[in-house]
Design a binder for this molecule. Sequence first.
Ligand SMILES: Cc1cc2nc3c(=O)[nH]c(=O)nc-3n(C[C@H](O)[C@H](O)[C@H](O)COP(=O)(O)OP(=O)(O)OC[C@H]3O[C@@H](n4cnc5c(N)ncnc54)[C@H](O)[C@@H]3O)c2cc1C
Length: 392
Amino acid sequence: MDRDSRFDIIIAGAGAAGLTLLWYILQSPSLRSKQILILDKSMHPVNDKTWCYWESNQLKLTPFIHHSWSELEVGAIGDSFSQKLETYSYNCIRNGDYTKHILSKAKKFNNITLLETGIQHFESIDDLGVVKTDAGTFKAPFIFQSVLKPPDFEESKVDISLLQHFIGWEIETQTEIFNPDKAVFMDFNVKQHDGVTFMYVLPMSKNSALIEYTLFSENLLDEVEYEQAIKVYLSDRYQLEAGKYKIIRKEKGAIPMEDRQFSSWYCKNVMNVGTVGGLTKPTTGYTFTRIHQQSKTIIAALEEGQKPPEIKASSYRFRVYDMMLLHILDSDPEISLKIFHDLFKRNKFDSILRFLEEKSNLFQELSIFSSLPYTPFFKSIYKMKHRIFTGA
Ligand SMILES: Cc1cc2nc3c(=O)[nH]c(=O)nc-3n(C[C@H](O)[C@H](O)[C@H](O)COP(=O)(O)OP(=O)(O)OC[C@H]3O[C@@H](n4cnc5c(N)ncnc54)[C@H](O)[C@@H]3O)c2cc1C
């Protein structure tokens, strides 16, 4: 491999972040002719993750979209609120479809090498990024990695460390019981034993849906507990007893919800992208849209022949909001439910989504906060003051 070990760009990890970066490279006339290496332990497309996001078609991802919803429902404290979205649509992409589509495009380019191998280590030597893999060592002026936690990960400040953990079943029913235009964004009207808990229902047609049992808490449950909760929900809400539906696929995940700051650079020539680049929004787990924003910033710099800039996932203001809400989620699940209830009862869903994707302005944020119980937020500012007043 020595002869071919030097590339212009290496993408280490072909998950959401690596593939998205590749997708934008393929659309860039000045970058798609470069010598590019893509590494991952497996590039076989498997639909085991559903990536949802909301937007008003700025991302131009129509070929990838598996299903879209124009209406969302939220349930909390015995109430249920539904609203049609005006600005956004809520879309889902299946990771296997995304992988297949992007890699089959990349395979048409002779200058793009796809290599399945285990990635072990990154370093910078003589102004080149170096990646050591089971198949050899490869170098490039820039490596974009979504595989290993940055070396300073363990030392970075973290006060709250929760997980958003879930198991989902994609089911097919004998009768038509779902509304394929409406997704259940969060239904907190379920038993709250182990932290803030909700169901997430994505109907794909009138007789199929993905149903996920999700918790915000420190520890994972046994698989059987998530699955029992899904069975109970199917029975209580849809009168679906076992035998009346078929499980066609299962999905599970545990997404970090932490107040940790991530470094943009693993070392001088190796940039952290995706989850290990700190792109996951701590209070929601949503990462996909931020991955697109990060890729666009990287591409713009590379097209200018520049080093990509430090990329902060959130501004100071939004880091403070996330810290406050994380603190409340961690310390007081009951008041968290009241906050979700009032948030969705008293605000337009489009405004909430704009706030959650950090596109709102201070005036819009004050309007949202004024609809919520304020004492828990003041308490959380007090409890988190050592972070909030030292740069978060
Ligand atoms: C089940 C699930 C559902 C999610 N749903 C959503 C959602 O709806 N919306 C949203 O915005 N976010 C969602 N997320 C969060 C986030 O968008 C995803 O986790 C996303 O996949 C993160 O992209 P990534 O590239 O950082 O990591 P990944 O997609 O996990 O990619 C990392 C890649 O590195 C490879 N790799 C790892 N270790 C090695 C190694 N040692 N050697 C070689 N290769 C290696 C893996 O094979 C993988 O392909 C979800 C997460 C999960 C787990």
